[in-house]
Design a binder for this molecule. Structure first.
Ligand SMILES: *Cc1c(COP(=O)(O)O)cnc(C)c1O
Length: 394
């Protein structure tokens, strides 16, 4: 039950979230604890954000000392943290130039503007975007305009004009939408919110080809599937299909609000110019310290190696579950970003999982999503499966 102190949230917040009736208090490793001291095994990671889990001493100490030193200046001046974070993020993402934002939506806003600016500078007359059905790119106007989910869009129309939606993993449906006004194609290599749908190699390569042949920019939104989830630093690297613009957020700051969009040198040269774009907080010393420290810890502890070593165990356990339980229809996804399609309403299973002390996330298509901290071990997967079985069969 929600503690009476939490009633203030009900009375003072705008009601846009269907919150579960628990109030979390602190975390340690793979576990979160509520204000009554109840333990939750976390396979949600705050929406695929906390890759290093909770209470990482090295990260926390670095953040604490940065707070004492300086945590806000402005982008009128240089700061060493910003330079280091940019260098590190470009190295691991395989991109050339980066702009720091405060969220994933804002990263996509910037990406869409960068694409429009590229077309404007080239005087190509191109302004249209092709996006995917079942995509999710965020809640701000530009981001929601390319989000392929009517319920998120319709109440806010008219949106950004010139957007059409193709079927994910269907190249012909993309080709059919290409016109001489197409400016960019935006997609998630692994759709999260849309139900854990993995792009095929043919689809990624085909989109790259369409873009190359028509001077269209390819935007990969890796806000959720990036930063190690799929077993590569960024999912595009699994395909060897480098986008022109890459958007990031969630995992790159382990929960400190930071996002980014990054472009190739070729795009940078013809795109955003001084005065075209900005963000007051974007890339502040604290956010940039988080990015650099997270990357350092990833590399020192070979988190990517760990994901590749542990993910097959999650796959095997979820496959067994699918085989053994009639109420589980299918397993989907890759690495530490997986899901199961269930027969019962996913919301009900989710609520029962919470009673069992397990946090998971729903996705479209009646999917339960598993996006644990990347430090997850076999014993946690065993415990998750036990709790999930009880939630599914009760
Ligand atoms: C979460 C998410 C976003 C939006 O990020 P916010 O930080 O909530 O604005 C955009 N794209 C994808 C793929 C996401 O999963």
């Amino acid at each position: 039950m929600v503690n009476h102190k939490i009633k203030a949230a009900e009375e003072n917040l705008i009601h846009v979230y269907n919150r579960f009736p628990i109030a979390l208090d602190y975390g340690e490793g793979m576990y979160l604890y509520d204000i009554d001291g109840k333990e939750y095994l976390d396979f949600a990671a705050g929406f695929a954000v906390s890759g290093l889990g909770y209470g990482n001493r090295e990260l926390n100490e670095a953040l604490k000392s940065q707070i004492d030193q300086l945590y806000h200046t402005s982008n009128l001046y240089y700061h060493v943290n910003c330079a280091e974070a940019a260098e590190n993020l470009n190295r691991i993402s395989g991109m050339d130039r980066v702009f720091f934002t405060n969220s994933g939506s804002e990263a996509n806003e910037g990406a869409l503007k960068a694409a429009r600016r590229y077309a404007h500078n080239k005087k190509s007359g191109r302004y249209e975007f092709i996006a995917m059905e079942n995509s999710f790119h965020g809640r701000s106007f530009g981001a929601v305009s390319v989000t392929g989910h009517d319920a998120y869009r319709e109440p806010f129309e008219p949106l950004v004009p010139g957007v059409s939606f193709a079927k994910f993993n269907d190249l012909e449906s993309v080709r059919a939408l290409v016109t001489d006004k197409t400016c960019a194609i935006i997609l998630e290599p692994l759709q999260g919110e849309g139900g854990i749908n993995l792009a095929t190699r043919e689809f990624m390569e085909g989109i790259r080809k369409i873009c190359d042949e028509n001077d269209i920019l390819m935007i990969c939104d890796e806000v959720q599937c990036g930063m190690g989830r799929t077993g590569s630093m960024f999912a595009w690297q699994d395909y060897g299909v480098r986008p022109d613009i890459l958007t990031m957020a969630k995992g790159i700051g382990n929960g400190i609000p930071v996002g980014a969009f990054a472009v190739t040198e070729a795009v940078a040269r013809f795109s955003l110019q001084p005065g075209d774009h900005g963000a007051t907080y974007g890339g502040n010393p604290l956010a940039c310290m988080a990015v650099t420290k997270v990357i350092e810890i990833f590399e020192k502890n070979d988190i990517i190696g760990h994901v590749n070593q542990i993910a097959p165990y999650l796959t095997k356990k979820l496959d067994e579950l699918t085989e053994n339980l009639d109420c589980v229809i299918e397993r989907k996804g890759k690495g530490l970003m997986q899901g199961i399609v269930v027969k019962q309403p996913a919301a009900e299973v989710n609520a029962r999982a919470i009673e069992e002390g397990l946090l998971v996330i729903q996705a479209q298509g009646n999917v339960l999503r598993f996006v644990p901290p990347l430090i997850v071990e076999e014993k946690h997967i065993d415990e998750m499966i036990e709790k999930l079985m009880r939630a599914l069969t009760k």
